[in-house]
Design a protein around this ligand. Structure first.
Ligand code: 13P
Length: 266
């Protein structure tokens, strides 16, 4: 196992807006965020925002106008096919044209509410990479699975299935987000120790699948009720390389505090 403290992984803080903010609101939010974050922040941390699809063009042009802010544009999902008769779906081929750099894949809400399987998640990860973007592949267990002692098995199974058939260097360049389902939108955060233990296990699983180098390079985010009050402790963990933030990313001032977690009181 590579020594994680030896690795230099730049943290990635991502805001998943889910189905919030229309495109007028989105413009205001990213304008404010671009104003609050400066070049010093981007030296330390990568930042992405993941608005609804209908906002992405507006967010792209707003960020371009804001002195080409280094805030990266992200998507929340995409289909795995490039084109075809898939009513209502969005092709991964369309997204790089909108400067999308990161795509969330296999969020638990997509898995639980929209029937996404491990196999579909794997196909989507491959499609995102094929189009030159970075997947943020989500995994996480339900409360029942955790209480029954099945959390490790669920998460490692999702990770192995999601990475199937990828080259080691592709795995090393991607992002995995560990989001325990019971911590999403509930105000209950995993303790920093529990989050670290699972992120460590994910890194060990990646090592088993893709080798030491990929395991040392891959960025692993924690997600689930991340707020200014808990972000610093989470980010201090050796195997946590960022955060995937829902509720607290909707308000630009709150989200800027998360990006600037180093400046928060412990
Ligand atoms: P909350 O931060 O609102 O708990 O959401 C987490 C999440 O699902 C991010 O993808």
């Amino acid at each position: 196992m590579p020594d994680p403290s030896a690795a230099k992984r730049k943290p990635l803080i991502s805001g998943n807006w889910k189905m919030h903010h229309n495109h007028f609101e989105a413009i205001q939010v990213v304008q404010k965020l671009a104003y609050l974050l400066g070049s010093d922040d981007f030296k330390e941390v990568d930042v992405s925002v993941h608005p609804p699809f209908t906002d992405i063009r507006s967010v792209q042009t707003t960020l371009f106008d804001q002195k080409r802010s280094e805030i990266a544009v992200g998507a929340q999902n995409c289909h795995f096919e490039d084109k075809g008769a898939f009513t209502g779906e969005v092709s991964p081929a369309f997204l790089p044209k909108l400067d999308v750099q990161y795509v969330i894949v296999g969020h638990s809400e997509r898995r639980e509410l929209f029937g996404e399987t491990d196999e579909m998640v794997n196909q989507k990860v491959k499609a995102v990479i094929k189009h030159g973007m970075t997947p943020i592949m989500c995994c996480g267990e339900t409360l029942e699975e955790r209480e029954a002692g099945g959390a490790d098995e669920k998460v490692t199974g999702q990770v192995r299935a999601g990475l199937a058939g990828l080259k080691a260097e592709q795995v090393g360049a991607m992002v995995i987000a560990y989001e325990p389902i019971w911590a999403i939108g509930t105000g209950k955060t995993a303790t920093a120790d529990d989050a670290e233990a699972m992120c460590r296990l994910i890194r060990e699983t990646v090592e088993g699948v893709a080798g030491e180098e990929a395991a040392a390079a891959i960025r692993i985010q924690y997600g689930g009720s991340v707020k200014p009050a808990n972000v610093k402790e989470l980010m201090a963990q050796p195997d946590i390389d960022g955060a995937l933030v829902g509720g607290a990313s909707l308000d630009p001032e709150e989200f800027a505090k998360l990006v600037q977690y180093r400046l928060l009181e412990a």
